[in-house]
Design a protein around this ligand. Sequence first.
Ligand code: KIV
Length: 260
Amino acid sequence: MASKHTAPSVFAMKASGQKVVCLTAYDFFSGLVAERAGVDLVLVGDSIGNVVFGEETTLGVELDDIVRATRSVKRAVKEPLLVADLPFGSYHLGPAQAVESSVALMKAGAEAVKLEGALLEEIEAVRRAGIPVMGHVGFTPQSVHAFGGFRVQGKSDPQAVIDAAIALDEIGVFSIVLELIPAELAKEISSKVTCPTIGIGAGVHCDGQIQVFHDVLGMAEKTHKHAKRYAQGLEIFQQAISNYSDEVRNSVFPTVENSF
Ligand code: KIV
């Protein structure tokens, strides 16, 4: 049996040259799949707003949504490090709010939190409370309107992304998500920071990768350029439910075996 992943053990994977495999999860089922597949880190992401609630952005996600999802995922996830996302508005009022929201996520079973942007004072306060923090730079979805849409970042001002990542590394985050930035920029950042970089749409040179559960299982209607479908989930589930419907309509199901 593999051993339990912690924030320090994930941090140490970079030095030992091991890639960090990360996946999002939002409920007991997705947590169980991640646990059984043996990923290193599970993120209860605010992408719950997109793939579970069907919303365009993550802005509508509430802290209580992530708290509830974290409790469910926690029941299935034992060995991977369990990280919970701080949703939009749950840390933007300052360090005190960031600590309060992070404490709520830890009480729900998280073992670390993630927040977007180089909010150094907030991150330092959360770390002082004994909570490991995962950073997130590049395209940060909670700032989608400031970016003017879902756009690759770091093309016009790569130094700003490098500076943000280095600042996060220096204040002690245990890893940094690099989202939607050019692969060469991610390579440079990865060579400059001590903690593992976890890419999504940031190329192969990151120290690990994170993907959204529904994207890798083909459960979303569209496939993003940064994602790969490892199963045709939507088609498989649709076919199964359609078979079930046919059998009910034709009195094939339930059979004697399914009856009491
Ligand atoms: O919410 C999320 O799923 C994320 C990942 C894309 C990193 O933040």
